[in-house]
Design a protein around this ligand. Structure first.
Ligand code: F6R
Length: 241
């Protein structure tokens, strides 16, 4: 694991965007797994700037959203699809047909999950998977106890995740979601995990330095051959030297 430290979330976001920009320039058809939430916002802002001011070209880039909430109406502003569209995708020149989202409106959700796995395979696999980490160690919506070999599937959200999400959803917090599995995530050729803020310090230390256990889903990243972790000082504060 390569661990890189930054002064604050702005610097971290810029560094993450710079790395993504380099990979896109090297391979204009890069297949990227994208996340939502608070963590990637400074990175996405910088990517939009690089597209506008430096001509970073996304016209052939392919994206797959990591997860999605179940039970929300299709155009709800807090679906992962809406969040990604607003924060990033609508500002780039990526082609609609290259943007993949989990289909929570499908009458057959298990089938939709299998289809997603097939779409990832048909795209040649994920070149770069972006990740954030929940305070309980979740990756995507793979909550503690998720099997390391899990695939894209429907999951129940943990109480901790629902508590965290209630700041956005109020009393209408989703109970279930769809997420790429830990096995799916680990097949990405390269992983970039981002974390900022003191609330993540303890779980970052457990995930990076603690035992590899399904109780801390992110600990599986210790086994990935090409995982870069970008942290701000606060998120890194519990890592022993
Ligand atoms: C979102 C996702 C989640 C978040 C994690 C951290 O697509 O995959 O695992 O990355 O919950 O959320 P924030 O960034 O809001 O702290």
């Amino acid at each position: 694991m390569e661990v890189l430290l930054f002064e604050n979330r702005e610097e971290l976001g810029k560094a993450a965007a710079k790395l993504i920009g380099q990979l896109v320039r090297k391979n204009p058809k890069l297949v990227i797994g994208l996340i939502t939430g608070e963590t990637p916002l400074t990175c996405y802002r910088e990517l939009v700037r690089m597209h506008r001011e430096e001509g970073l070209d996304f016209s052939q880039v392919v994206t797959f959203a990591l997860d999605e909430y179940l039970g929300l109406p299709p155009f709800h502003p807090l679906t992962c699809r809406s969040q990604l569209t607003e924060a990033l995708l609508k500002h780039l020149n990526a082609k609609q047909e290259n943007l993949h989202f989990l289909d929570c409106g499908s009458p057959d959700l298990d089938r939709a999950c299998e289809d997603y796995e097939r779409e990832i395979r048909e795209a040649g696999g994920i070149d770069l998977q972006l990740l954030g980490i929940g305070t309980n160690g979740h990756l995507g919506l793979n909550e503690p106890g998720s099997p390391f070999d899990s695939r894209t599937r429907v999951v129940e959200l943990s109480e901790e995740t629902k508590r965290y999400l209630s700041r956005y959803f109020g009393s209408q917090v989703p109970q279930r979601g769809m997420t790429m599995g830990l096995g799916t995530i680990m097949e990405a050729r390269r992983i970039l995990l981002l974390a900022h803020g003191s609330a993540k310090a303890e779980i970052v230390a457990k995930a990076l330095k603690g035992p590899i256990t399904e109780r801390v889903p992110a600990s599986i990243l210790q086994r990935h051959p090409a995982c870069t972790v970008m942290l701000d000082k606060e998120a890194a504060s519990r890592l022993s030297p």
